[in-house]
Design a binder for this molecule. Structure first.
Ligand code: G3I
Ligand code: 9MR
Length: 548
């Protein structure tokens, strides 16, 4: 099959399809209404993309800009899926991806008015959460009850994990900070839509309110997670009624919290009339978390013996220290935080829940016009541009035209691809060079169908989306379609034996095909907030850049 982005393209976007090995050397683009070929072109030379073990050529039809619905045709191959060229091609996807967060809200019923077929009862009030032995303190002994409602379920499970909430919430807030005009005009159809604040901020607020309750007011430390002892079965949220605990304070959770609250403080400050006093409270919370981490700089999360849910353990803290310091510096203008960030020793890289260095550079670059004189502007630019140029180079040497290499196919690879897209877009801000936008477009194309599994990896979007994501609501709700707007984790070469050894298409060692659309495959087909967040970011950024 000819592979491409199954949704389509903005008129001025780079447009590429991938063509399997055939003897033809030309392609045509057919308007599906008229059956007329509106563009004919030469295929690139065929070459191998090792992650897919496939020899392919590219059909570049960027010149076609007329709005319409089309397919790509090559003699000897099956036609591509139909796609559109249209203005705002990713507006609905951006809203869907944001709305996935709403669908994963804890402590709230979802009304049919907002949730449609996926309306459901409230689950996990989390107003009576027990302090686990690992989190006990003099003021809050083991078994004490605290209240920490709201927040998003992390993923297909019902846990609420601070570390992963950190990058996810940051990415939504960054989307708003970077592309405010786009989000001011977005109506996501959530309960708060129509008030005076952007929906993306309202959605982030659902999690920020929970995060604030995860800080122990007695010392500023932040609990690593709020969880049951074991994963629930495939039940609806309201049926997940096992006791919930807050577990162990740690350095990584506390610094994630500090970073996100520092960002939230400056974002909320723009809406002081609505959130009176909250900006100051968030900054104070960020600062007391920072103080706790100064006093406890090396407390790695150790999963207690009686807790089996997600670990999110991380023992490298320089990146979280740098990120928190940078966000506090940007929000306060205090050079002491800049010094503490020790930026010369911090590299830039594609972020993930355990690697937050890149987030520090993103924030510095975006706020560069307002930094103090002590900031090394040349260093910031070089960190951003060097990473982006390496991504562009990977795109140019890939037969698929997609900047992904064999090492990128780990648990959550689709989230990794979109975080890469987010990072390459930061360089566009410095030079307005479209090569950076084209690389981000290629990565989005990859997740929406320009990949060897032929899936568009987002539920409800594209011709061939996943139907059986590892997501408890989707599995338990008796609705055929999964909850829409979720990005599946994607190919994973370290896939667990979660569906049995015979059930994986791994035999050919094509790493980009190591994916299974089945509920059992949590290592390739789960969904999480931290993979959906860059889907929101990238779709909003491309809409904002292409305009129209
Ligand atoms: O980052 C390294 C990379 O540098 C290296 O090249 C690669 C090669 O092995 O490994 C990468 O690390 C992987 C890491 O994910 C990447 O973030 C680990 O192998 C992999 O085991 C790890 O998987 C994590 C998984 O939990 C198991 O711990 C996922 O990131 C993480 O998203 C997932 O999180 C779970 C929660 O625990 C529970 N809730 C659901 C959620 C999603 O499945
Ligand atoms: O559903 C769980 C998923 O959220 C996690 O990412 C995954 C790995 O920690 O574990 C899943 O839970 C499985 C458990 O680990 C083993 N028994 C089957 C569970 C899935 O049904």
């Amino acid at each position: 099959r000819i592979l491409l982005n199954q949704i389509g393209f903005a008129p001025q976007a780079a447009k590429v399809a991938v063509v399997p090995e055939v003897s033809a050397t030309a392609f045509s683009v057919i308007n599906t209404d008229t059956e007329v070929a509106v563009l004919e072109g030469e295929l690139s030379a065929f070459s191998e993309w090792t992650p897919a073990n496939q020899v392919v050529a590219q059909a570049d039809f960027s010149d076609l800009q007329d709005p319409g619905t089309y397919v790509i045709r090559v003699a000897g191959a099956e036609d591509s899926d139909p796609f559109v060229i249209a203005s705002q091609p990713y507006k609905a996807l951006n809203i869907g991806a944001l709305k996935a967060f709403y669908f994963n809200r804890a402590s709230s019923a979802l009304a049919a008015e907002h949730a449609g077929d996926w309306a459901r009862a409230a689950g996990h009030p989390d107003t009576d959460v027990l302090v686990h032995a690992s989190a006990a303190s003099a003021e809050r002994p083991e078994g004490t009850s605290i209240s920490a409602p709201k927040g998003w379920y992390d993923a297909g499970d019902f846990g609420k994990y601070i570390v992963n909430s950190g990058i996810s919430t940051y990415t939504l807030l960054a989307a708003l900070e970077h592309h405010g005009a786009f989000y001011a005009a977005t109506d996501a159809g959530i309960p708060e839509s129509g008030n005076d604040t952007p929906d993306i901020l309202e959605e982030a607020m659902w999690n920020l309110e929970w995060m604030l309750d995860m800080q122990d007011p007695n010392d500023g430390g932040v609990y690593h997670k709020l969880t049951t002892k074991n994963f629930a079965g495939a039940v609806m949220p309201a049926e997940g009624t096992e006791p919930r605990y807050v577990v162990q304070k740690g350095t990584s959770a506390t610094l994630n919290f500090a970073a996100v609250m520092a960002v939230a403080s400056r974002v909320v400050a723009e809406h002081e009339a609505v959130y009176s006093g909250l900006s100051d409270d968030m900054l104070a919370a960020a600062q007391s978390a920072w103080q706790w981490a100064q006093a406890n700089p090396n407390v790695a999360y150790q999963q207690p013996e009686d807790i089996q849910t997600g670990g999110y353990g991380d023992s490298r803290f320089e990146d979280e220290f740098a990120w928190a310091a940078v966000e506090l510096y940007i929000t306060t203008g205090d050079d002491d935080y800049l010094q503490a960030a020790n930026l010369e020793s911090i590299s830039n890289g594609v972020p993930g829940w355990a690697n937050t260095d890149g987030l520090a550079w993103v924030s510095l670059a975006k706020h560069r016009a307002n930094l103090t004189a002590a900031a090394d502007q040349a260093l910031i630019e070089s960190r951003i541009v060097e990473l982006a140029d390496s991504i562009v180079a990977d795109m140019n040497s890939s037969a698929y035209g997609v900047p992904l290499v064999a090492g990128n196919f780990y648990w959550g690879s689709n989230g990794g691809a979109l975080n890469k897209a987010m990072m390459v877009l930061q360089a566009y801000d410095y030079s307005a060079d479209m090569k950076y936008v084209n690389a981000a477009q290629a990565l989005l194309d990859y997740t929406l169908g320009r990949n060897p599994t032929e899936y568009s990896y987002v539920t409800g979007f594209g011709a061939r989306p996943p139907m059986h994501i590892h997501h408890r609501q989707s599995e338990a709700d008796n609705v055929v379609d999964p909850v829409p707007g979720f990005l599946a984790g994607g190919p994973n070469t370290n896939a667990q034996n979660d569906c049995g050894a015979d059930n994986y298409p791994y035999g050919d060692e094509a790493v980009a095909r190591a994916y299974l659309d089945h509920w059992c495959s949590y290592s390739t087909n789960e969904v999480t907030i931290n993979w959906n967040a860059p889907l929101v970011y990238v779709t909003g950024a491309l809409e904002s850049i292409y305009g129209g």
